[in-house]
Design a protein around this ligand. Sequence first.
Ligand code: AOF
Ligand code: ZN
Length: 370
Amino acid sequence: MAVPDTAMREQVDARFMAAAIRLSRRHLGLTATNPSVATLIVRDGVIVGRGVTAMGGRPHAETQALAEAGELARGATAYVTLEPCAHHGRTPPCAEALVTAGVARVVGAASDPDPRVSGRGYAILRAAGIEVVENDLAVEAADMMAGYLIRSLRKRPEVTLKLAVSADGMIGRLGEGQVAITGPVSRRQVHVMRAESDAIMVGIGTALADDPELTCRLPGLEARSPSRIVLDRGLRLSASSKLARTARKTPTLVAAAADAEPDRRAALAEQGVGFLAVETHDGRIALPELLEDLAAQGTMTVMVEGGAETARNFLEDDLVDRIALFEGPVLIGEGGVATPLTGGQMPEGFLLVREAAFGDDRYREYVRMR
Ligand code: AOF
Ligand code: ZN
């Protein structure tokens, strides 16, 4: 085969890296505190090995892809969505595994901020004479593993604010439980987002008004429901709520003041509900400290699902990294609860990164530029 010129080679690399990034999506929400990484081993334009970080974080993607490729890895190109690790964990470093397998070329996307890796992974490869290309589709890969990167660099989880807004800018109706704003396609999309998150969070107002389940109920993905966290400083959640009654199946955690309502706490604990002791500032939960605690416990991604007050608190504290905006065609009218976005506008510094039509709804996703 003729040696492709540089532009051609870059195109081929970008195509395989895009495929690797798509593959890495498969285990989002299942690998904490490890990122979901993917590896493709490509030989003469054919994929001969593929791997995604396993559930729970090990084995790493490279090990699995190399095992699948076997002898075909010798002389091949490896596409890795994250710099290969350089540290000894439960297995030897992936960078060494790539060297041992005789890979000729490694194309990497995101760099690994983990101090045990950070540049060392690529250095091991280069020292062994492997050709290394860094930062291929780095932005796309970083977007996919934003939770891992934000937890590593900022010591808190990535926060995604999910909003369903009506055509007249409302997110619900006062005093009413769940009001249908978006259609079935959006609903399924929200369930996928839940499956890909490490935790879902709501305020006690929403928990009381809606009595929600906050699980992933897509056929086949039910087991991927993440922990549900209720911001409930004064411990008002009832032991007969769905969140409490299903706590043994899908973890429910209540973020409450340590001394709140001991009787109610005992009743909830009996149902299997867990507790997160929180500090309060000016009568409300100190969100930065809570997020710090969650990150320390391993949480990389949190999806905030409501309601308006909770959303406003996260926005005011500048703790939102991503906004997932679902806009439905319905009108709420009288008694509507307005969107927490001031003037219906996206806050400053958010960039539109994705747009889609979900049935009659319009979806737009924004990422905070730092
Ligand atoms: C890779 N390939 O698929 C992933 C990597 O606890 P350990 O030993 O599994 O190490 C966790 C670190 O491994 C994590 O912080 C990150 O640096 C790296 N993740 N590395 O080579 C993978 N998931
Ligand atoms: Zn590794």
